[in-house]
Design a protein around this ligand. Structure first.
Ligand SMILES: *Cc1c(COP(=O)(O)O)cnc(C)c1O
Length: 513
């Protein structure tokens, strides 16, 4: 909102005239208030003492606006939020799939929604049963039968997983010599960040020369780099399918060598949507992994709600998992008690984690069943390959020659760059054309990457519309002389290109009068 456009309205306080169509600009509530109005604070009573005998309450410092003004303020802002319920959301790595309303209905049942974590276990047997059954489903789907559902997100699951490995090394007296975590250069930023937070040195395994996937040679080089037996390595973190949308088919051999060296294999399971019901990570050597319930198992995320990142591990690592696990004694469920498992790494999250997400995820599993979950991964992979094959003639598709992709298609701006148009410009043109952009500039293995994940829940029509617009963009850029036009996109939005560097360097986090 520019200062010269600000007009003083008698009834509405200060407003801007930037409203277009029925799309409203919105300024701060404090800018709307007028000195001569009252909203939350009542006008002072004229002289009459309070009948309760107390002092009158002072002003509480909220802006003085009427109820309709306050309501409109928040409702208008809520319409600015793009969500999976608005339209196609092809953010690679994020698995923005439809959140079935059945999940919401069940999570709102009073027996789930209105209970308290401090209630005696005997009064919440149903809720504990849900968590126990969720642990079992995750154990079955991953082949890793020991499950802790408390972590609050994928990143916290990673932390929990690496702390589990660290605890194991600590109690075996090996933590002083095992200082290194291996991870490919394509890994999600949370992988090296987690290893560093746990005090490990991060050793990257390069993948670019091997078409975006790990090679046994590069892995061996990293494993034995500073110790001929690899005994300074604590573990390895690999995302599978990886962040280039490719299945790491060589990891079993790497896991065997890692195990022989005394290390553990952590799998980042954020991309489990591509393999759920098809492959059990335990079978290719994974020791511990996290699952994003808010990706694979359709619970809301982003602005939509809290995440949940359970971890699953082998029996060998089970003693070190965070507490509490849900246990079953005879017919009764309960949470583990303090002191019950001395080897645990401790508590990472209050109570039992995001219970509402546990209900939603189990609802999704039960409503799909075993065959339905397998269909999920098959359809997700089919949709991504449809996009890859439709667009590979228009955009540089660096790994398309490897064969099929998994659940996401990777393109780059190599061809468009020659005409002065970059991935950022393509993303902004997508916004102009009514599409939320894909993930851009990630993974970092190549310049100008675009990672597109349609998920299984998009119809062929919606995918075809996206493909059509992507092709039109490529053709327009190919024809040339559109540099200026693309650099000025988007133009139809209330805000255009922001100075993102300035916004990141000088964020204004507080309203000042
Ligand atoms: C989403 C994601 C994460 C992190 O999960 P959050 O729930 O956002 O913390 C980690 N790794 C990969 C590959 C992801 O896609």
């Amino acid at each position: 909102m520019s200062a010269e456009k600000t007009i003083e309205f008698k009834d509405e306080g200060k407003m801007t005239d930037d409203n277009r169509g029925l799309h409203y600009e919105e300024n701060l509530l404090w800018e709307k208030e007028r000195s001569d109005t009252s909203g939350v604070d009542m006008p002072k009573p004229a002289g009459a003492p309070l009948r309760t005998g107390h002092e009158a309450r002072g002003d509480i410092g909220l802006p003085q606006v009427s109820e309709p003004q306050a309501l409109r303020h928040f409702v208008r802002m809520s319409t600015w939020n793009y969500s999976i319920d608005h339209g196609f959301f092809p953010l690679g790595s994020c698995t923005m799939k439809h959140n079935p309303r059945l999940n919401e209905k069940l999570a709102r049942l009073p027996g789930f929604a209105a209970i308290h974590p401090l209630q005696p276990a005997s009064t919440v047997q149903g809720a504990l049963g849900v968590m126990y059954e969720l642990q079992n489903w995750l154990g079955e789907l991953t082949g890793l039968k020991s499950v802790c559902i408390t972590p609050a997100a994928g990143a916290q699951g990673e932390l929990a997983g690496i702390m589990t490995i660290r605890r194991k090394h600590e109690l075996s007296g090996e933590s002083a010599k095992r200082r290194i975590i291996l991870t490919p250069d394509s890994s999600h930023g949370t992988n090296p960040a987690t290893a560093a937070m746990c005090g490990y040195e991060v050793r990257n395994i390069p993948t670019k020369e091997t078409g975006g996937i790990l090679s046994l040679e590069a892995f061996k080089e990293a494993l034995y780099k500073t110790d001929e037996n690899g005994e300074d390595v604590a573990g390895m973190m690999v995302t599978n399918p990886n962040t280039c949308g490719l299945f790491e088919s060589g990891v079993k051999d790497m896991a065997d060598l890692l195990h022989a060296a005394g290390g553990y294999f952590y799998m980042d399971g954020a991309n489990f949507n591509a393999i759920v019901g098809k492959v059990r990570p335990a079978d290719f050597g994974v020791d511990v992994m996290h699952i994003n319930l808010h990706k694979t198992f359709s619970t809301p995320h982003g602005g939509g709600g809290p995440g949940s990142g359970p971890i699953c591990c082998t029996e060998e690592l089970a003693p070190y998992l965070p507490k509490p696990l849900v246990v079953k004694d005879g017919d009764a469920y309960r949470l583990e008690e303090d002191g019950e498992r001395e080897t645990t790494l401790g508590t990472l999250k209050g109570f039992q984690g995001q219970f509402g997400m546990h209900v939603r995820a189990l609802t999704y599993m039960l409503s799909h069943g075993k065959d339905g979950l397998r269909q999920v991964s098959e359809d997700a992979v089919l949709n991504a390959n449809y996009i890859l094959r439709s667009l590979e003639g228009h955009y540089h598709a660096p790994f398309a020659a490897n064969g099929h992709c998994m659940h996401e298609a990777l393109l780059t701006d190599k061809r468009q760059k020659e005409k002065g148009v970059s991935t950022l410009d393509i993303a902004k043109m997508l916004v102009e054309r009514g599409f939320h952009p894909m993930t851009v500039y990630f993974p970092l293995v190549l310049p100008g990457t675009m990672l597109i994940e349609p998920t299984e829940t998009e119809s062929k029509d919606s995918i075809d519309r996206f493909i059509t617009v992507m092709k039109e963009i490529a053709e327009e850029v190919e024809a040339g002389d559109v540099e200026e036009k693309y650099h000025s996109m988007p133009i139809a939005t209330p805000r255009r290109r922001l100075d993102e560097v300035k916004a990141a360097r000088n964020p204004i986090l507080r309203w000042k009068n």
